[in-house]
Design a protein around this ligand. Structure first.
Ligand SMILES: [Zn+2]
Length: 136
């Protein structure tokens, strides 16, 4: 990968990291719910839902942060843009669309095919007791 391109990605990841760090501090500041806000059950329930949503958001941010940090580390190590499976260059178009991608298109498609297979097996296992119950 060209140095210019690499620098562009590095800047992008650093900007994303800063944005996530900024968001996280907002989420954390907002996390303490004022005691007077929870004076009845409805408020309590709403506060619980809000907290769950914030946790979900925070988990997503944490996962994204990890990907961004991984990508920055790969830039430092000099293997950014290489497929983790086959060591080939990941298509630049793919990286532009999804900068944290670690697999080339072919390997990603392979992985997705495997995931669909696993997911459909899991669904079959999950469904079978239900079907038995509805028959009885
Ligand atoms: Zn590959």
């Amino acid at each position: 990968m060209k140095k210019d391109t690499l620098r562009k990605f590095k800047k992008l990841f650093e900007a994303q990291r800063n944005a996530i760090q900024g968001n996280n501090s907002i989420i954390c500041d907002d996390f303490q719910i004022c005691p007077e806000d929870r004076y009845d059950e409805a408020d309590q329930a709403r506060a619980d839902i809000e907290q769950a949503l914030r946790m979900q958001l925070k988990n997503r941010e944490t996962a994204h942060m990890k990907k961004v940090e991984d990508a920055l580390r790969r830039i430092e190590e000099g293997n950014f843009g290489l497929c983790e499976e086959c060591d080939e260059d990941i298509e630049l178009k793919r990286l532009e669309a999804r900068p944290t991608a670690t697999l080339c298109v072919a390997c990603k498609e392979d992985q997705e095919r495997r995931e669909i297979l696993t997911a459909s097996k899991a669904t079959q296992n999950y469904r079978s007791p239900d079907r038995r119950r509805s028959l009885s």
